[in-house]
Design a protein around this ligand. Structure first.
Ligand code: S3P
Length: 172
């Protein structure tokens, strides 16, 4: 985390369905910090839904927009940033968020993830159980490399948010 005078961001990362958005909003409300979502910023910037961007332009272009949005967000401080599940796969994004904030990876087992996400057409990468298992396995080493890990399986969003608030108090 940064040692200069900027107020650190809290950056939530992790696979789809690990609770980043729900927990992020609670953390932001608790700490009176603005909540920002990279997915929402992408939709605003592109003027299209994420599903539309994937369908019309493909994942590569989506990742480019996502990286730009992350870079812009990392320039500000004191925010709770909810990142899309693939955002931190980009090494530069990991570096800039790691340097400017408390980088927390939320985790959950695959049954929990499948139950939380369900059949959501707004998530183009969320496919069959096998697809999810493969995607999760491919990303697991990157998620595991993030500085702080919190398992959300069997826990309420309030409980997870409380743990993040405590973590932030210890590390700010
Ligand atoms: C993605 C996760 C989504 C969204 C996009 C791609 C991913 O965000 O950014 O559909 O690559 O894991 P959530 O993690 O908020 O669902």
């Amino acid at each position: 985390m940064t040692s200069n005078s900027r107020r650190p961001n809290i950056v939530l990362a992790g696979f789809m369905g690990t609770g980043k958005s729900t927990v992020g909003r609670i953390v932001a409300r608790t700490l009176l910090m603005p909540y920002r979502s990279t997915d929402a910023a992408i939709v605003e910037l592109a003027g299209r839904s994420i599903a539309e961007i994937f369908a019309q332009d493909g994942e590569k272009i989506f990742r480019r927009i996502e990286a730009t949005v992350c870079e812009e967000m990392a320039m500000r401080d004191g925010q709770v940033i909810d990142t899309g599940g693939g955002a931190l796969l980009n090494p530069r994004t990991r570096e800039i968020f790691g340097a400017t904030g408390l980088l927390v990876c939320l985790r959950a087992d695959l049954d929990t993830i499948a139950a939380r996400v369900g059949d959501d057409p707004s998530r183009p990468l969320f496919g069959t159980r096998t697809d999810i298992e493969q995607l999760y396995a491919a990303r697991a080493p990157i998620y595991a490399s993030l500085p702080f890990q919190i398992d959300t399986t069997g826990r309420t969003p309030d409980e997870v948010a409380e743990e993040i608030v405590e973590l932030w108090k210890q590390h700010r």
